[in-house]
Write a protein that binds this ligand. Structure first.
Ligand code: 5GP
Ligand code: ZN
Length: 113
């Protein structure tokens, strides 16, 4: 996806502060952190959002959720953290490339909506 911001980050065309990378996943710091720790975890393969997850590509989501605890541990989030994925305009999704926010490092607000 040549016009996708996160695909450009994966390609190295836009700089990011990486915290984890393997063959299929990249994690980097959010440019506008909402908590002391705010990391975005994305598949390197372009998937637009949660609605784009299928039987054919869902293994990457399982892998992302294996990686998330490793990142949380490396970030020192021993007191807990939140994982969020916004899907669509009502949820406030602003980048159309599947991503999981890891938020932590403080007591997070309980409001979910
Ligand atoms: P969404 O609102 O789609 O759930 O989350 C998109 C996130 O991407 C936002 O938290 C926003 O701050 C972050 N973001 C947008 N542009 C950039 C960028 O160029 N670099 C980084 N590291 N994060 C970005
Ligand atoms: Zn993309």
């Amino acid at each position: 996806m040549s016009d996708c911001l996160f695909c450009k980050i994966i390609a190295g065309e836009i700089p990011s502060t990486k915290v984890y990378e393997d063959d299929s996943v990249l994690a980097f710091r959010d440019i506008a952190p909402q908590a002391p720790c705010h990391v975005l975890v994305i598949p390197k393969r372009h998937i637009a959002d949660v609605n784009g997850i299928t039987a054919e590509n869902s293994a990457i989501v399982a892998h992302i959720f294996q990686v998330i605890p490793q990142i949380a541990k490396a970030e020192g989030l021993e007191n807990g953290y939140r994982v969020v994925s916004n899907c669509g305009s009502d949820a406030g999704q602003t980048v159309q490339h599947l991503h999981f926010h890891i938020l932590g490092g403080k007591q997070l607000a309980l409001e979910m909506a």
